[in-house]
Design a protein around this ligand. Structure first.
Ligand code: HEM
Length: 497
C-alpha cells in the first residue's frame, strides 16, 4: 500500500513539474506548439520519423502570422524565429547574448572537440580567429591553381566514363570525388586518387561521417538532444574508426613534412606553423589533427551537395545554363583563354548560381543559438505594438532556412530558381545559406571557390541534362546531418566539343 502511494506521489510530482515547465510559453503570452508529455514537441525526432530541421520548418510554415513561435525541445523552452529582423538581432547585433550553437557531445568526441561550431566563449574566439586566417581571400587565391588542376582531372574522368557507357552520370558521386580531392590537396598536400580509385579514401571517410546506419543515427540523435548523456556514455558523434584511421594518415603526413622539409603550402602545414609559435589550441598532434578534421568534415560533403544541387538546377533550367556558359566564354576570352584569379572573380553570374542553389537547398538547413542571459524580444505579433517578451537564459533559438527561403515575404517567386535575384538585389540581404554574423561560415570563400571552379570546368566542356528517370522535385533524406537528396542525382553529360 505504502509503495503504491509512493508511486502515485512520485507520478504526481513528475506531472506537476512537467505541467509547470510546459506552461512556459503560455505564461509569457507567446504562441506555441502544444507539447506532448515528456517528449515536448519533438517526439517524431526521437522515433526517427523526422529531424529537428523538419520540425522547425513545419512550425515556421504553420505559425505564419507571428514573428516567432514557442515549442519544447523535450522540456527545454525553444523558439523558431520567423522574422528576418529578429534573426539579424540574434546573429549579429546582439551576438554577445546568443553566441553559442546548441551543444553537441564534443567533450568525448575527439574529432569534433575543436570545431568552432561547438566551441564556446574564449576557446571559440581563439580557435576561430586562428582558423579564419587560413581561409582569407588571399589564401584561397593561392589554392586556385590546384583547384583548376583538379577540375581538369574531373573532366578527364567524366570523358573516360562517357567513352565506356551511355549511362547517366551519378553527380552525387562525382561532386564528392571533386571536393574530397580538393580538400585532401589544399588541406593536406595529398593526392587522394579520387578520379582513379573505385572507392577513393576521402569518399570512404565522407560516407562514414554521413552514414545513415541506424546505430549512427541513434547516437547522433542522443548527441543532439542529450549532449550530457552522450558525454557520459562516451558516444562520439561521428564514430571512432574514422577518427583513428584518418588520424594515422594525417600524422604520417605531419611526420613526413617534418622529416623531409617539403613545402606544399597546404592548410596542415600552415597550422603546424602555429604550433611552432606556441599558439594555444594549436600545440599538440591531437589538436592539429582535430583542425584538419574540421576542414574535412565541414568542407567536403557540404560543398559536394551544393555543387550537385547546382548542376541539377542547371539541367532543369537550360536558359540559366546558357547564360552561365556565355559568361564563362566571354570572361575567358577577355583573359587570353586563361582562368586567372581576376577572370574567376569576374564570373559573378556563376557565383549567383551557387548562392541561389543554397537558398533553395541550404545544406546546413538549421541555424541554432542558445540565450546566454535573459533577453527581451518584441511582441510575437507582426505589426502590432503588443508587449515585449522576456526570454530566459538557456532558451534555444532556431532559424529554419528551407521554410525561410520558401517564404514570399523574403524572396519574390520563392520557388523559382533565379540567380538574378543575387545580382544587386535587396533580396540578397536575406540570404543565410552560410549563416551570418561573427559565427558565419568560416570556409565560405573556400567553398565558393571550389564549387565555382567545378562548375566552370563542367560548363566549359559539357551541357548537363536531366536523366530520363530523374524524379522531380528532389525528395530530401530524412536522417542525414546535412540537407541532402534521398536518392542520387543522375544527369546526362553531353560533350560540347
Ligand atoms: C557549400 C558549403 C558550405 C555551406 C553551405 C556552409 C554553411 C555553413 C553554415 C550555415 C554555418 C553556420 C553559421 C552560423 O551558425 O551562423 C557554417 C559554419 C561553419 N562552417 Fe561552413 N559551410 C560550407 C562549407 C564550409 C567549408 C568548406 C568549411 C571549411 C573549413 C566550413 C567551415 C565551417 C566552420 C568551421 C563553421 C563554424 C563557424 C563558427 O561557429 O564559428 N564550411 N557553415
Amino acid at each position: 500500500m505504502f509503495a503504491y502511494i509512493l508511486v502515485l506521489v512520485f507520478a504526481l510530482i513528475i506531472y506537476l513539474v512537467f505541467s509547470a515547465k510546459y506552461a512556459h510559453w503560455k505564461n509569457r503570452n507567446v504562441p506555441y506548439e502544444k507539447p506532448t508529455f515528456f517528449f515536448g514537441s519533438i517526439r517524431k525526432v526521437l522515433t526517427m520519423h523526422s529531424n529537428m530541421s523538419d520540425i522547425c520548418n513545419d512550425l515556421y510554415r504553420k505559425y505564419e502570422k507571428y514573428r516567432y513561435v514557442g515549442f519544447f525541445n523535450m522540456w527545454t523552452p525553444a523558439i523558431v524565429v520567423r522574422d528576418p529582423e529578429i534573426m539579424k538581432e540574434v546573429l549579429i547585433k546582439q551576438f554577445k547574448s546568443y553566441r553559442n550553437w546548441i551543444q553537441v557531445p564534443h567533450n568525448v568526441d575527439g574529432a569534433l572537440s575543436l570545431n568552432p561550431f561547438v566551441l564556446h566563449n574564449e576557446e571559440w574566439k581563439q580557435v576561430r580567429s586562428n582558423l579564419s586566417s587560413q581561409f582569407t581571400s588571399a589564401k584561397v587565391k593561392k589554392m586556385l591553381p590546384n583547384m583548376l588542376l583538379i577540375g581538369s582531372k574531373m573532366i578527364k574522368y567524366v570523358k573516360d566514363q562517357l567513352k565506356g557507357s551511355s549511362d547517366a552520370m551519378n553527380v552525387s558521386d562525382l561532386t564528392k570525388r571533386f571536393t574530397g580531392e580538393v580538400v585532401f590537396n589544399c588541406g593536406y598536400g595529398l593526392d587522394a586518387r579520387s578520379f582513379i580509385d573505385k572507392q577513393p579514401y576521402p569518399l570512404k571517410i565522407a560516407d562514414q561521417i554521413c552514414s545513415n546506419s541506424m546505430m549512427v543515427q541513434i547516437k547522433q540523435t542522443i548527441g543532439v538532444i542529450f549532449p550530457n548523456i552522450a558525454n557520459i556514455m562516451k558516444y562520439t558523434f561521428v564514430g571512432d574508426p574514422i577518427e583513428s584511421d584518418f588520424k594515422g594518415t594525417l600524422l604520417a603526413v605531419l611526420r613526413c613534412r617534418e622529416d623531409e622539409t617539403i613545402t606544399t603550402n597546404n592548410f596542415l602545414e600552415k597550422i603546424n606553423g602555429l604550433r611552432s609559435k606556441g599558439v594555444p589550441y594549436f600545440t599538440t598532434d591531437d589538436q592539429l589533427i582535430c583542425h584538419a578534421y574540421t576542414f574535412f568534415m565541414d568542407g567536403v560533403e557540404t560543398s559536394a551537395l551544393a555543387f550537385a544541387y547546382a548542376l541539377f538546377e542547371l539541367a532543369r533550367n537550360p536558359h540559366v545554363q546558357e547564360k552561365a556558359k556565355h559568361e564563362i566564354e566571354c570572361v575567358v576570352q577577355r583573359h587570353n583563354d586563361e582562368i586567372t584569379y581576376e577572370a574567376f572573380q569576374e564570373m559573378q553570374y556563376v557565383e549567383s548560381i551557387i548562392l541561389e542553389t543554397l537558398r533553395l537547398y541550404p545544406v546546413i538547413s538549421l541555424i541554432g543559438r542558445v540565450c546566454l542571459e535573459d533577453v527581451t524580444l518584441p511582441s510575437p505579433n507582426f505589426g502590432a505594438d503588443g508587449e515585449s517578451v522576456t526570454i530566459s537564459k538557456g532558451t534555444q533559438l532556431f532559424m529554419p532556412l528551407i521554410a525561410f527561403s520558401e517564404d514570399a515575404t523574403n524572396f519574390s517567386d520563392p520557388t523559382v530558381f533565379n540567380p538574378d535575384r543575387f545580382q544587386n538585389s535587396a533580396q540578397s540581404l536575406h540570404f543565410m545559406g552560410f549563416g551570418d554574423g561573427p559565427k558565419t561560415c568560416l570556409g565560405k570563400s573556400f567553398a565558393l571557390a571550389q564549387i565555382k571552379i567545378g562548375l566552370i570546368a563542367i560548363l566549359s566542356n559539357f551541357t548537363v541534362e536531366l536523366a530520363k528517370d530523374m524524379a522531380i522535385p528532389l525528395k530530401a533524406e530524412n536522417l542525414h546531418i546535412f540537407h541532402s537528396p534521398e536518392s542520387d542525382i543522375l544527369l546526362n553529360f553531353v560533350d560540347r566539343l
